[in-house]
Design a protein around this ligand. Structure first.
Ligand code: CP
Ligand code: NVA
Length: 330
């Protein structure tokens, strides 16, 4: 049966079949071609979407905005703390109001439950732009980037190093299982994904001929990897007090040249960004002063190397988010 995602919300990848995810990837590739050849694709003219952000963003917001404009849609951006939601109006009421105005709603916030609730009440497609649990739109860009370097992801080895139970790591494990990629979560035992999600992903991976491995040994994690992925050590919404403990736990998982040299000879480096690879940020500078480290989850050398595909990955956010909007709104 041909894939049809019209009217669907995009809340987490566990809700989608492998075929549906592949469909979104192929659609992203077509939309990327149209964009790069400057071929107009205003397929959703006359529609409007709203972007509801309870946390900050550069890539996700800009991808939704540029993607929507390219598709001919109007966009409203509601920045953190500027709508009535939460303080004066319940999530349920906000969702019911926005569903009357807009054809689609993007939400970035804290709880996965909230994005699920908005989707239930709004009666229009809702897209998860990141919650504490999952970051599903990011994964499409990540897989697209891997495929641009290696061809189909099936059978490749992807290793995530660092805080292996955050939203990005969870979603990477799910997408790997769905698409038959071997996934290794490499980090300290205290920062491993929840057992329930690991078991669920192992079942899915088995059906698709791949494996899910957990290890606290960086050498084992790096060995044979086609892509090494990391993310910041403290995610949005976590208190500043956790920095000290995280640095202590995660320093040995910093992706540096030694780690990349242990991976496959053609291995690439990936990061969802933003990244603390130098001291050119307020937080990076502050951490350097307090703890004496000038780079965190990735060394500046690896970040700036030819193995690093992080800016292709960032660009691919736009093409893939556009595919999600088009597939669900057309
Ligand atoms: N990767 C990502 O989601 O970036 P932003 O936080 O800038 O949206
Ligand atoms: N884990 C990070 C991802 C940012 C795109 C965070 O939630 O802050």
């Amino acid at each position: 049966m041909p894939v049809n995602l019209q009217g669907r919300s995009f809340l987490k990848l566990l809700d989608f079949t492998s075929e549906e995810i592949r469909y979104l990837l192929e659609l992203s590739k077509e939309l990327k071609k149209l964009k790069l050849t400057r071929t107009p694709h205003r397929y959703l003219e006359g529609k409007n979407i709203v972007l509801l952000f309870e946390k900050t963003s550069t890539r996700t917001r800009c991808s939704f905005e540029v993607g929507a404009h390219d598709l001919g849609m109007g966009v409203t951006y509601l920045e953190p703390g500027t709508s009535q939601m939460g303080k004066k109006e319940s999530i349920e009421d906000t969702a019911r109001v926005l569903g009357r105005f807009y054809d689609g709603i993007e939400y970035r916030g804290f709880s996965q439950k909230v994005v699920e609730e908005i989707s239930e009440k709004a009666k229009v497609p809702v897209w998860n732009g990141l919650t504490d649990e999952f970051h599903p739109t990011q994964m499409l860009a990540d897989v697209l980037t891997i495929e641009e370097n290696f061809g189909n992801v099936k059978g490749l080895n992807l290793t995530y190093m660092g805080d292996a139970r955050n939203n990005v790591a969870n979603s990477l494990m799910v997408v790997s299982a769905k698409l038959g990629m071997n996934f290794t979560a490499c980090g300290p035992k205290d920062l491993m994904p929840e057992e329930k999600l690991v078991e669920q992903c192992r079942e899915i991976a088995k059906e698709n001929g791949s494996t899910i491995t957990l290890t606290d040994d960086p050498k084992e994690g790096a060995k044979g990897a086609h892509a090494i992925y990391t993310d910041i050590w403290v995610s949005m919404g976590e208190p500043d007090e956790v920095w000290e403990e995280r640095i202590e736990l995660l320093e040995k998982y910093r992706v540096d040249k030694k780690i990349m040299d242990m991976a496959d000879k053609d291995a690439i480096f990936l990061h969802c960004l933003p990244s603390f690879h130098d001291t050119n940020t307020i937080i990076g500078k502050d951490i350097a002063e307090k703890f004496g480290i000038n780079e965190m989850e990735v060394s500046d050398e690896v970040f700036e190397s030819s193995k690093s595909k992080v800016f292709d990955q960032a660009e691919n956010r736009m093409h893939t988010i556009k595919a999600v909007m088009y597939a669900t709104l057309k």
